[in-house]
Ligand binder design. Structure first.
Ligand SMILES: Cc1ncc(COP(=O)(O)O)c(C=O)c1O
Length: 391
């Protein structure tokens, strides 16, 4: 057997083995499982987007490689117009926008494009694991900054030792945030841009959830900060915006040099996306709204958070994302609590420790519940937890 590359050994151990086993057992026993695990929209992609895909797929032009420099021109022009309309920041579709095969792909390749062995990435903890894992696989070091409840799950950038800040190349941020559901305001981004300019860092803002927000709240963009294009690139995705996780289509905006570097990496790895998909996405971003899904998610959020808080929990309502970040009962680890919840009630949640050490003490409950038409499955979660007597 040929031995694998050593870099694969840098991938941290899979923490969810126990949960996966408990899930398989619950299913084998025929338990009525309610899965609040993965953050993958349960609702279908809106029909007009599927129609646009069908129409585009019938055009033989879309059957060939996308040979444009940075992605289908129709797509880049549409998403750039959208960005300016949404955030008030003009984008040059030729140099300041790039098509990605989902933001996960772009995030991973950013690490590979910028991190050499020994280089430093500053990564939040807890966080979506892709930033850290790819930094490590590229031979770099991931220095974590804690996200704590008392700071609204925003990192204290001034607490980063100055020698680390100066040596680091990348600062990864993600707002609206997975897994905490926290949001950032423009003042925070202003400070982050200053910090990155002072320390010569590229700020990568993962804004995959920018369009999943509630109660009239509209998450800002880091690129709205004056001068942000000097140091920021921001990633947006169709996955959560339009229930299109399987379609694999996303885009990055911002600093032209950084995007050219990412494009150089990508053009040696992939050949962009099926142009019918990028054309359907271009249609979606200017013609389709996803308020029906968002209303359902908001309804589930209210039933779950209000219901658990009425039982004595203390959970803030997320203004954005699909995620409810709930503290576990005193004296329990997140892993034990998640396991107990699954075994005793058939409710599957993700232990916070899976997102980093600072996620200990929390569970993440995703509001993308399969089979929940009108909030009834989420109401059932509250009933089951009530019957367990957990506070
Ligand atoms: C914070 C965050 N960024 C990026 C992604 C990846 O999204 P995409 O489907 O665009 O690759 C996810 C997926 O769950 C996520 O949670």
């Amino acid at each position: 057997m040929i031995e694998h590359a050593k870099r694969l050994d840098k991938i941290p151990p899979y923490l969810f083995g126990e949960i996966a086993r408990a899930k398989a057992k619950a299913i084998a026993e025929g338990k009525d499982l309610i899965d609040l695990g993965i953050g993958d929209p349960d609702q279908p992609t809106p029909a007009p987007i599927i129609d646009a895909l069908y129409k585009a797929a019938k055009n033989p032009e879309t059957h060939r490689y996308d040979e444009t420099p940075a992605g289908d021109t129709l797509f880049l022009e549409a998403v750039s117009r959208w960005f300016e309309k949404r955030f008030g920041v003009p984008i040059d579709p030729k140099t300041e926008a790039l098509l990605m095969i989902g933001s996960k792909e772009g995030l991973a390749h950013l690490a590979w494009a910028f991190i050499d062995p020994g280089d430093i990435s500053i990564v939040p903890d807890p966080a979506y694991t892709v930033y850290k894992v790819n930094t490590l696989m590229a031979g770099g070091e991931a220095v974590t900054v804690p996200l704590k409840a008392e700071r609204g799950f925003l990192p204290d950038l001034n607490a980063i030792p100055s020698d680390i800040a100066r040596k680091a190349k990348l600062l990864w941020l993600n707002y609206p945030n997975n897994p905490t559901g926290a949001v950032a305001n423009l003042d925070f981004y202003r400070d982050a841009v200053v910090f990155c300019k002072e320390n010569n860092l590229l700020l990568i803002n993962d804004a995959a959830y920018s369009e999943v927000s509630f109660d009239g709240f509209r998450p800002p963009s880091a690129l709205q900060v004056e001068g942000a294009k000097d140091v920021v690139i921001e990633l947006h995705s169709f996955s959560k915006m339009f229930n299109m996780t399987g379609w694999r289509i996303a885009m990055a905006f911002g600093n032209a040099d950084a995007l050219a570097t990412l494009n150089k990496m990508k053009s040696n790895v992939d050949s962009k996306q099926f142009p019918a998909i990028s054309r359907a996405a271009a249609y979606a971003i200017e013609h389709v709204d996803n308020s029906t899904t968002l209303n359902l998610i908001r309804k589930r959020r209210d039933i779950l958070v209000d219901g658990l808080n009425a039982l004595g929990w203390n959970i803030p309502k997320p203004k954005a994302t699909f995620y409810v970040w709930a503290p576990v009962p005193k004296g329990e680890t997140s892993m034990n609590f998640a396991k107990r919840l699954l075994e005793e009630t058939g409710v599957l949640v993700i232990p916070g420790v899976g997102y980093g050490d600072c996620g200990e003490g929390y569970i993440r409950m995703s509001l993308t519940v399969m089979g929940d038409k009108n909030g009834e499955r989420v109401a059932e979660v509250v009933e089951r937890i009530k019957s367990m007597g957990i506070k």
